[in-house]
Write a protein that binds this ligand. Structure first.
Ligand code: FRU
Length: 471
């Protein structure tokens, strides 16, 4: 998070309803940033989120709350954990404490426990400190209570945040927390028998991209596709210093033994293009996974914005959207490297919400072949377009929003963003256009680019120059 910026004066018409996405969650009429407390419980996906309940820029940070049964259509509920004069409620996670290890559930109850960062204000007894705290619900997430013994983990730091908690090790297991020591570019790993008492196990970092503070870590296992091999993925957001400028989300593949994370691959003195990124676009940040997703699935949601300009994007009174939910998979690529592949969670084409367009194409990407795809509003008199280029010679996917509509609200907004391609012959593409969010998935989701666009009319048309086959 960076200092807030005043919201800018925006172009006439910029607040048009067509900019509000339908399959990407937005708060009704307020600000949001990171997804928090992602947890599946009793058939319901809970999405909590960093929210200013009384404004459309960052501030007064509380946990908003929304629920869904299909990860596409969301219902916003009342604020779950509200800021007080003493603490803002920064990012964190939630778990179902099925065995009541915390003792917070009464007889016959199950506690949902949120582990969040208390960002203590000047009016508190710990001014400037960030420490980890608990809140719990014994009515399936409807109402939340702060734990009386908060904070549960305070190391006296002003840069210690974003706890992600999971159960590790079966019946004899324990809780594991990853949290960042943000300015030291480290992920600290703690363990606990009960979510209340925490012991430091190890630290990871600095490693790979360190051009900004580390934020919002996640650590989870994934099976390598087509094998029984299990690996662990450590996700670390950083701001600035991301691959597309400003905020970005990198990941490491390796092993976790219950105590420490060891990456398979550490590039010494590399450039940021040598590292692994969950998304190569500018608007994919603070992505974390659901706790308790059924069927062993690993499903993530990220914030579809960038701290460089998030407070100035031209929508009011709501501001910012989440990404689509994505299912994750781990793939051994032709070069021997394990990479995360992502696919968007979408309903069947007939059940897509109005205004959401999904284009699926296969494009040849042999050396010398180049295809250009344009997303437009179909008005020949308008020069507005989002351009997507696949280049077989440089083996890249480039997404360009410089002519995509309103770009003038912040100097850092216009740009074009590049991702490497793995496929040698053909590249499959899924392009999701939904209000102000465009998500592009290439190569079976090995490369993704997520970006905001603010066109003056909905981008209903897609045209392609160059050879291709429809899927
Ligand atoms: C990431 C972040 C977190 C912090 C939260 C505050 O975008 O800066 O590190 O907990 O946002 O809203």
């Amino acid at each position: 998070m960076t200092a807030t910026q005043p919201s800018s004066v925006t172009a006439p018409g910029a607040h048009a309803p067509h900019l509000r996405p339908q399959a990407h969650f937005t708060a009704r009429d307020t600000w949001l940033n990171d997804p928090n407390g992602l947890v599946f419980h009793d058939g319901v996906w809970h999405l909590f989120f960093q929210n200013n309940p009384s404004g459309s820029t960052w501030g007064n940070i509380s946990w908003g709350h929304a629920v869904s049964r299909d990860l596409v259509s969301w219902t916003e509920l009342p604020v779950a954990i509200a800021a007080t004069s003493e603490e803002m409620v920064f990012s964190g996670s939630a778990v179902v404490d099925a065995h009541n290890t915390s003792g917070l559930a009464g007889a016959g109850e199950t506690a949902l426990v949120a582990v969040y960062t208390s960002s203590y204000t000047a009016h508190s007894e710990r001014p400037g400190i960030q420490a980890q705290s608990l809140a719990y619900s014994v009515d399936d997430g409807a109402t939340w209570h702060r734990y009386a013994g908060n904070p549960v983990l305070d190391i006296g730091s002003g840069e210690f945040r974003d706890p992600k908690v999971f159960w590790h090790g079966g019946d004899d297991g324990r809780w594991i927390m990853v949290a960042v020591e943000a300015t030291e570019h480290r992920v600290a790993i703690y363990s606990s028998p009960n979510l209340v008492d925490w012991s430091l196990e190890s630290r990871f970092g600095p490693a790979h991209a360190t051009g900004g503070v580390w934020e919002c870590p996640d650590l989870f296992p994934l099976r390598v596709r087509g094998t029984d091999e299990e690996k662990w993925v450590l996700v670390v957001s950083l701001n600035p210093g991301g691959i597309a400028g400003g905020s970005g989300t990198q990941y490491f593949v390796g092993d976790f033994d219950g105590t420490a994370f060891t990456p398979d691959r550490v590039v010494e003195d590399g450039g940021i293009e040598d590292y692994d990124w969950l998304d190569h676009g500018p608007d994919y940040y603070a992505g974390v996974s659901f706790s308790g997703a059924p069927g062993g699935r690993r499903v993530t949601i990220a914030w579809a914005s960038n701290w460089a300009y998030a407070n100035s994007t031209p929508t009011e009174p709501w501001r910012s959207a989440m990404s689509l939910a994505r299912s994750l998979d781990l793939v051994r690529c032709a070069d021997g490297r394990l990479r995360v592949a992502q696919s968007p969670v979408l309903p069947s084409p007939d059940d897509l919400p109005d205004g959401v367009l999904v284009h699926r194409l296969v494009v040849p990407t042999r050396p010398g072949e180049r295809s250009e795809i344009a997303l437009t509003a179909g008005d020949p008199a308008s020069a507005e377009r989002v351009q997507i280029v696949l280049d077989g010679s440089s083996r890249t996917l480039t997404c360009d929003r410089t002519a995509g509509g309103d770009t003038g609200f912040h100097a850092d907004f216009p740009g074009s963003f590049q991702a490497p391609l793995q496929g040698a012959q053909l590249t499959d593409l899924t392009i999701v256009v939904d209000g102000c969010v465009v998500e592009v998935y290439a190569d079976g989701g090995l490369a993704t680019v997520t970006m905001l666009v603010f066109p003056s009319a909905p981008l209903t048309e897609v045209s392609l120059e160059g050879a291709h086959a429809d899927r």
